[in-house]
Design a protein around this ligand. Structure first.
Ligand code: PBG
Length: 335
C-alpha cells in the first residue's frame, strides 16, 4: 500500500463529493448476475403457501411453479436453487424417496428446464427425505454413518443430474462425497454436470427458518448436525475442506452461512482463486427482514449485506432476497 501523502494533499472526502464520483471510484458492485434465488416446491400443494419465518418467500405447488419461474427469469436472474418439501408419509430412515426418479424435485427440475433458460441447482442431502431429519443415514447408536450415507448421496446426485440439474450441490458434509459424485457423473455420461460443493458448511443455528420451510425441523427435533457440519470456531479447517473438495473434483465451492462468515469467504477466495459462492442463509434473511418490517432498519440493508459478500470475494450469493434486489437493480439500470 502506498499512502505517502498526508492531509491536506490527501483528502479522501474529495472522491466522495458527488454521487457520480462515488460511482467512479466504487471498488465493488452488485449485479443480477451475482444473485441466485432459492425456491421451495411442495408436494401435493395447490398454489402457493407463505412461510412465516421467511417473509416474502413461499412454498410453490408444481401448478404454481411456472409463474414464479417466469418472474425470476424476467428479473434477469440466471439460476435457482431448488428445495423440496416432501409429503411426510414418504419420509423414512433411509431417505428412499430421494432416489425416486419421478420424485417431486426431479419433476420440478424437468418442468423448470423445459420452460426456462434458468440454471438449476439441486441440493444433495437426505434431510428433506429422512424421518430423523439428518442429511445421511444413522447407525444403531444414532450416529450419522459416513460411508453408508455416501453411497445414497452418490446415487441421489446421479438422479438429479439425470433429471436435468445443471449443478448438483452436496450440502451433506460427508467425507469423500465429492470424489464419489464426480466419479459417478463421469462414468454415467454427465461430464458437464457442475458440482457446487457446500465445502465449508458450518453447524449453524442460522438454518432455523429453512428447516421450518422444508419441514425437517420437527423430524430433527433436538438433534444436532455437529458430527458432520463444521464447528463455528474454525477457519483453517474450512480451508482444508475446500482444498479436499477442489482436489476431489468440485467446480465451485460454497461457504455457508454468509454474513457471519465473511472472513471464511475471503480466506477461501484469496487462497484458492476458484469460483466461490456464498449462501446468505434463511436466518440471516429472516433477521434482516424482521428488522425491516418493524421499521428498525431501512430496506437498503439487504443490498448492503449483499455487497459485503462481493467485497469479501464471493462471485455469487444465494439469497432469499434475490428477486427483490434484482427488481431494484433493474430499475436502477433503467434510471
Ligand atoms: C440441507 C440444507 C440446509 C440448508 C441448505 N441445504 C439445512 C441444514 O443443513 O440443516 C440451509 C439453508 C438456509 O438456512 O437457508 N442439508
Amino acid at each position: 500500500m502506498n499512502v505517502s501523502r498526508k492531509f491536506p494533499q490527501s483528502r479522501l472526502r474529495r472522491a466522495r463529493f458527488t454521487s457520480s464520483i462515488r460511482s467512479l471510484v466504487a471498488e465493488n458492485s452488485l449485479s443480477v448476475n451475482d444473485l441466485i434465488q432459492p425456491i421451495f416446491v411442495k408436494e401435493d400443494l395447490d398454489g402457493i403457501e407463505s412461510i412465516d419465518s421467511l417473509p416474502g418467500i413461499n412454498r410453490y405447488g408444481l401448478n404454481a411453479l411456472d409463474k414464479e419461474i417466469e418472474k425470476i427469469q424476467n428479473n434477469k436472474i440466471k439460476a435457482v436453487a431448488i428445495f423440496p418439501v416432501i409429503n411426510p408419509e414418504k419420509k423414512d430412515d433411509q431417505g428412499s424417496e430421494s432416489l425416486n426418479e419421478d420424485n417431486l424435485v426431479c419433476t420440478a427440475i424437468k418442468q423448470i428446464k423445459k420452460n426456462s433458460e434458468l440454471a438449476v441447482i439441486a441440493d444433495v442431502a437426505l434431510d428433506p427425505y429422512t424421518s430423523h431429519g439428518h442429511d445421511g443415514v444413522l447407525d444403531e447408536n444414532g450416529y450419522v454413518e459416513n460411508d453408508k450415507s455416501l453411497s445414497l448421496l452418490i446415487e441421489q446426485a446421479l438422479t438429479l443430474a439425470k433429471a436435468g440439474a445443471d449443478m448438483v450441490a452436496p450440502s451433506d458434509m460427508m467425507d469423500g462425497r465429492i470424489a464419489g459424485i464426480r466419479d459417478s457423473l463421469e462414468s454415467n455420461d454427465f461430464a458437464n454436470t457442475i458440482i457446487l460443493s457446500y465445502a465449508a458448511k458450518y453447524s449453524s443455528k442460522f438454518y432455523g427458518p429453512f428447516r421450518d420451510a422444508v419441514g425437517s425441523s420437527t423430524n430433527l427435533g433436538a438433534g444436532s448436525k455437529d458430527t458432520y457440519q463444521m464447528s463455528v470456531a474454525n477457519i483453517e479447517e474450512a480451508l482444508h475442506e475446500v482444498k479436499m473438495d477442489i482436489e476431489e473434483g468440485a467446480d465451485i465451492v460454497m461457504v455457508k452461512p454468509g454474513m457471519p462468515y465473511l472472513d471464511v469467504i475471503k480466506a477461501v477466495k484469496d487462497t484458492f482463486k476458484v469460483p466461490t459462492f456464498a449462501y446468505q442463509v434463511s436466518g440471516e434473511y429472516a433477521m434482516l427482514k424482521a428488522a425491516i418490517e418493524n421499521d428498525w432498519l431501512a430496506d437498503e440493508v439487504l443490498e448492503e449485506s449483499l455487497l459485503s459478500f462481493k467485497r469479501a470475494g464471493a462471485d455469487c450469493v444465494l439469497t432469499y432476497a434475490a428477486n427483490e434486489i434484482a427488481i431494484k437493480l433493474n430499475q436502477q439500470n433503467l434510471a
